[in-house]
Design a protein around this ligand. Structure first.
Ligand SMILES: [Fe+2]
Ligand SMILES: [Fe+2]
Length: 200
């Protein structure tokens, strides 16, 4: 059935999504700061990269609310407090939140939007759910590497890229400092996580 947007559930869901994305962005920039304090600079980059995408999601949801400009939307929602001390635990918490969005929250919001006749919002929710799934999987991969102490080491030959200068190192373990730019080990990123790696 077609519903007036002003009276819709979708209007509230868009605002909840905007709030959720805004908070995720902040949680991840705070996570990045924590990673930097621990000298895990490439993990800080992963947080910032993801935070920027959450900002883009927030912007998309906010755009879809434009016709209500000047209104205030009241929402009811639950939001996580994730201040785990260990980086692996912090990333596991992020993974959990991404999974919730990907599998439950945005699927449901998309279903409701479709039911109410807001197809553009329905599509935004389901496309962004797909991105949240990639966030979930990336965080899972990073957390697992940290838990197994495989972020900077591996049993066979591994590859790491220095996120400062781009030098690619191959070996069993990322060097304690980059042979090219001398930045410390924390700048090395497992090569499979590099977003612009091309076909090397
Ligand atoms: Fe997002
Ligand atoms: Fe996300």
């Amino acid at each position: 059935m077609a519903v007036n947007f002003k009276e819709s559930k979708t209007k509230e869901n868009l605002m909840r999504a905007f709030a959720g994305e805004s908070q995720a962005r902040n949680r991840y920039t705070i996570g990045a700061e924590k990673a930097r304090q621990m000298k895990m600079y490439s993990i800080a980059d992963i947080f910032v990269y993801t935070a920027d995408q959450e900002r883009a999601h927030a912007e998309r949801y906010y755009e879809l609310l434009k016709s209500l400009s000047g209104d205030t939307i009241f929402i009811d929602g639950g939001y996580p407090v994730d201040q785990q001390e260990s980086l692996a635990q912090l990333i596991r918490a992020a993974e959990h939140n991404e999974k919730e969005e990907a599998e439950n929250v945005y699927q449901e919001f998309s279903r409701v939007a479709k039911e109410e006749g807001f197809l553009e919002a329905a599509s935004a929710f389901s496309l962004i759910a797909e991105v949240e799934r990639t966030h979930q999987l990336r965080f899972a991969e990073v957390a697992e590497m940290l838990e197994k102490s495989e972020y900077f080491a591996c049993a066979d030959t591994g590859k790491w890229i220095c996120t400062n200068c781009g030098y690619i190192f191959e070996g069993k373990q990322a060097p304690s400092s980059c042979p090219s730019c001398h930045h410390e080990q924390g700048y090395f990123l497992p090569y499979e996580l590099a977003p612009y790696k091309g076909n090397h």
